[in-house]
Structure formats: C-alpha cells, structure tokens
Design a protein around this ligand. Sequence first.
Ligand code: NAP
Length: 514
Amino acid sequence: MATQTPPREVDHLIVGAGFAGLCTAIKLDEAGERDFVVIEKDTDVGGTWHVNTYPGAACDVPSQLYSFSFALNPDWSAAYSPQPEIQAYIRSVAERSGVLDRFRFSTTVLDARWDAATGCWQVRTDDGDYAARTLISGSGGLSEPRLPDIPGIGDFAGEVFHSARWDHDVDLDGKRVAVIGTGASAVQIVPELQRRLAATGGRLDVYQRTPNWVIPRNERRYTRVEKAAFRHVPGLQRALRAGVYAGLEARVPAFVRFPQLQAATEAAAKLNIRRGIADPALREKVTPDYRAGCKRILISNAYYPALAADNVELVTDPIAEITPTGIVAADGTSREVDVLVVATGFHVTDQPIAEHITGREGRTLADVWGDAGMRAYKGTTVHGFPNLFQLVGPNTALGHSSMIFIIESQVRYVVDAARTLRRRGQVAVEPKRATQDAWCARVQDRMDGTVWTTGGCASWYLDRFGNNTTLWPGQTFTFRRHLARFDEGAYDVVATTDPTESIEPHPTKETVTA
Ligand code: NAP
C-alpha cells in the first residue's frame, strides 16, 4: 500500500519544460532563487517542440529571432528552422544552464490548490506532492489538441491521430490519407505527405473548411562562411536579429490600426497561389474571402503546388460524417481513407490547465474564466489566485513575431516579483481586482478596429463571448515595457490564516535585493 509522504516544500513550482518553463528556471537560478522544481508531463524539455514531430514541422518565425536572447545560436542551418533543430537547441541550452537537476519529467500535475493556512500552493502530481510559495505555469497555449466533433469519428476503423501526436509507427506508404484542417500545421504536413504518397502510389485528400492566406517563405540555407561569421564577428548575429525583429514589428500597424494595409499581404498570397496552382477552380477554392491577418498568416512555397499535384484532392464540401472506412462530404460523395490526420488545432481560449488550479475563493481558474473569458493582469497574474504566474497567459500571444520575446518579458517580471516578495517578506500577493479589470478593459479597447475583430473571419483568437483574449494588440516592445518591473502597487498582500507566516521572510535563502 502506498504510504502518505508529506509534500515537498519548494519556493517555486514551475509547470512545463518548454521555452517558458526552461527560461523561468534559468532566470530564477541566475537571480539566486534556486529552490524550484520544474514538472513536465513529457519525457524531455522542449514543450511544443518536443511534442510536434509531424512531417515538415518547422518554425514560421525566422531562426534568428527564434532563440533566447541570452543564448543565440550561430549554427542554425537555414532562415527557418526545422523542429528537430529547435528541439536540439532547447536541449543544449538546458544542458548548459545547469538547471536540469531540478526537472521532473514524466510527471503530471493533477491539481493545484491555494492553501491560506500555509500561504502555499498545494500541488498534487502523479509522482508526489509539493507545497510551493509560487506556482508558475508554463504549460503552453497550444498544448492540448482540439479534436473535431464530427459524427462517426469514433467509429473510424483505420488509423487516426492528431497532428501534434503524430504516430510514426503508422506506415503511410501507398495509403489513402486524409488531412482534416488547413491551418499552420496542415500547410507544413501536406507537402511532405504529398511527396511521400506520390512516391509510393498513395493518395491524399485535404479537407478545407476555411482557406488561409499563405505567403511565400523566404527560404535559404546559411553557408559555412555565414555561420562562422555569426560565431566570430562580434555583434553580427545580434545586429541581424535586431533587423529581423524590427522588420516584423513594422507589420504591427497593419494588424492593429490599419487593416487595409494587409492588401499588400493579400497580393503576395495571390501571387503565391498563381505560381503554385494552374487550375482556376482550385485557385478560387484556396482564395480566402476575408482580410489577411484576421487568421494567422501562413508561409509556404510548397503548399499550393502540393494541392495541385495529381495525387491530391482538395475537398471543400463540409464533412457530413465519418464512417468506419472513409469520409462522407455534404454533397454525398464518399471517399475511402486508410489513415486520418486531424490537424484541427488546440484548446486556446479554454486552457485545460485552468481546470486544475483552485484559487483563494475555492473556485478553479476555469470556473472564474468561464464567467467572462480569460482575464489576467498583464497576461500574467490573476485576482483570487495569489502568487500564481501564468506564462503565455491571456492576451500575450502573437501572430507576427516570436513568442520567445514575450516569454522573456514575462519571466523578467516573475523573477522581479520573486525578488520583491522575498525582500518584503510577503507571503503572497494578487493583483487588485480594479487594476486587473482596468488592464483587461484597456486591452479590449485596443481590439476595436484590429484586423482580428474587423477582418470578417471566425478564428480561434476569439473566445465564445467574441472577445480576443489571445493576442497582444500592439508591439512586443510595448508589452516588455509594461512588464519591465514588478509593480507592487498593483497588488494586494494576501494574509494567511497563520499571521506569523505572512510577515516572515522565507528563511531558506539569503535576501536578494532588487
Ligand atoms: P489551427 O490553425 O487552429 O487550424 C486548424 C484547422 O482545422 C483549421 O483549418 C480549421 O478550420 C480546421 N478545423 C477545425 N475544426 C474543424 C472541423 N470540425 N472540421 C473541419 N475542419 C476543422 O491549428 P494548427 O494548424 O495546429 O495551428 C495552430 C497554431 O499553432 C498556429 O496558429 C500557430 O500559432 C501554431 N503553429 C505554429 C507553427 C509555427 O511554424 N510556428 C506551426 C504550426 C502551428 P477553420 O479555419 O474553418 O476553423
């Protein structure tokens, strides 16, 4: 019989070992906040980059910007990095950082509950319990696959898997494969599948509900000379990175203020269609009827030619049902399928981790957010949830640049908060309700007139109330400025039941001044 062991006490419990969790661990460690544990349900660091191994998986943010600012990588092979290279990069940063001894892999958080008596988060995992002063969630905005609710899908007798759970044991050679969805994942998967199936006598059906705007990808491989220059010429790679960053930030006004500027993107995408597809009917099917940017703008040189290939059919009739042997479209056409790939995205505005976090008032974060949608102060802290910090929280995601910039901004804020709490001897803080409300109102005000609201599409950026609680409506440097320091004045100190707990500095570490 299992014996009851007391929870392990830690200063900080970090959930998730992707870019966010790893960055937090490294920066807390540097700040002298070394008493932390990182819980990761998977077997390695990397998060989304560890899990998404589908054929063609790559980053659509330029490589030069898609790394930590404190760990540039001179060895990127190309302007856009493939998934295995990004995963290897994250692993090497983790190994060099010296924090891996505090990572617990293959461990899942079952629930986390604020305990007023001890001023700690009581966290249950499937491998022991923890009592943590702060709970830092880096569990990712795009980690829980969203499966489509299509009649009959449960009865399909062939192989079926989600793009983010690719089953590499399934032999695709010569098979009839169907991909449902035409988003960022599908545009990378489809060209790879098309080539492989063409070489082995297989067929591919692509089920499109809504076309996306797909612009060309500026691909090029870095030469040995360039890589040597990145490594040895002081400041060169950082200057290139700054240029890429500035170029992407220059696109923000077209998203938030002047959506009509997206006409240039639409022209580039239409040219991409004309180059890739000769058939006018197919061209028409893939041309969106909403403003570019309303949904995420995709980049690919290979997607349209793949759709035009002989062994591919683009199906735009809605799916009526899935039978044990295939898919029936709304026009009655039935297509036999051996393997079904579901590339239908993720739970974004209803993050599953929220169901497992119970705050000061005994309600889960999912419950609280269920009232009016996801709300957080500066995308990071939530009234009623003391010392909970959420990385990649509400209104922090980007459609135009690198999430690593946002993550680093939030981590600075969290580290400053940890230092401040220690210096003040405060057990716990949470954002004042009025301050959080004012922040959320300001963010939502800025959504008026953005392309996400006015662009004429339905997207996963919007929640069930029609609010965009996903994206940051501005430049990333503005976000960073807002989170430049932990603004204690915006927070209430939360008393614990035991009053001595709330005034004592935490005893196990030296005091670190900000
Ligand atoms: P997604 O963009 O949400 O696309 C899901 C696709 O599935 C859409 O085409 C959607 O159609 C379709 N779909 C959903 N439910 C359906 C249903 N019941 N029947 C038919 N079609 C259905 O998901 P994703 O492609 O996995 O990408 C998600 C996000 O992951 C991206 O936006 C991006 O942020 C990230 N990502 C990034 C990269 C990168 O390179 N950095 C690569 C892949 C993914 P509708 O449009 O009609 O809803």
